[in-house]
Design a protein around this ligand. Structure first.
Ligand SMILES: Nc1ncnc2c1ncn2[C@@H]1O[C@H](COP(=O)(O)OP(=O)(O)OP(=O)(O)O)[C@@H](O)[C@H]1O
Ligand SMILES: [Mg+2]
Length: 225
């Protein structure tokens, strides 16, 4: 599902004297269907940078990132923006550490939007959104409110529900359990197991050792320079 080879990424800080440093030095990674690979490495090693490159949020200097989209293989380092948008709609899910809240949009709407965008019937989307929200213990009184005033952990659970509303074949998870209690971490572990069972290829970053041990098929070291 994912084939990364020779991935090299440097950052250049143009507004700070043009200083340049290399974060990813030739990373290779292959992830198969139904497999969960966990990235580890010290803070600042480049784990989030690597996930953002996989989501085509960051351009890279060298290397290839080939993703399977149905019968097609797409190298996202050279794909057209339109191709990447289509890939993100149907194939590639990404749960960031923080929810980017849109003011005045209710929690249920925030969660169901990606499924609605695929043309799925609104009633079905709403039902699936509510099921995920209740599994993640987001109180029902919050569902019709916009998540901007929610606690950090509540926002994160809304974010996770949104990330799991579509059955993406590829799922990227950047510390989705960072501000969750043990009970909710367990729910996320279950969601990951279910995604693996339906054949999703997952790349994740997890702070908690218990989560890592519960979901990882393989650990991959992203080394600091
Ligand atoms: N947009 C950016 N511009 C410049 N430098 C960046 C940018 N994003 C990340 N970096 C730098 O790249 C390095 C890797 O950052 P990254 O966020 O990938 O680390 P990480 O492994 O996810 O760390 P953590 O465990 O703390 O989340 C850091 O030194 C960071 O300062
Ligand atoms: Mg990070």
């Amino acid at each position: 599902m994912i084939q990364v080879s020779g991935l090299q990424k440097s950052f250049t800080l143009h507004n700070q004297g043009g200083v340049s440093f290399e974060v990813l030095k030739g990373v290779d990674l292959q992830v198969d269907s139904g497999e969960c690979v966990v990235l580890h490495g010290q803070s600042g090693a480049g784990k989030s940078t690597f996930l953002k490159a996989l989501y085509a949020n960051y351009s890279v200097n060298e290397g290839q990132i080939v993703l399977r989209d149905g019968d097609e293989l797409v190298d996202i380092t050279s794909a057209q923006p339109r191709r990447i948008i289509a890939l993100r709609e149907q194939t590639l899910g990404y749960v960031s550490q923080f929810l980017r809240v849109i003011p005045r949009v209710s929690t249920v709407d925030v969660v169901m939007q990606p499924l609605l965008d695929l043309g799925v019937d609104k009633g079905i989307c709403e039902e699936k959104a509510k099921t995920l929200l209740s599994r993640l213990n987001v109180p029902e009184r919050l569902w019709q409110l916009a998540p901007s005033t929610f606690s950090g952990g509540e926002q994160q659970r809304v974010n996770i529900a949104r990330g799991f509303i579509v059955d993406y074949p590829i799922l990227l998870l950047d510390e989705p359990t960072a501000s969750l209690d043990a009970k909710n971490r367990k729910v996320v572990v279950e969601l990951i197991h279910e995604a693996k069972a339906r054949g999703a290829a997952i790349v994740g970053i997890f702070h908690d050792e218990d989560v890592r041990e519960a979901v990882a098929d393989r650990l991959v070291d992203i080394r600091a320079v």
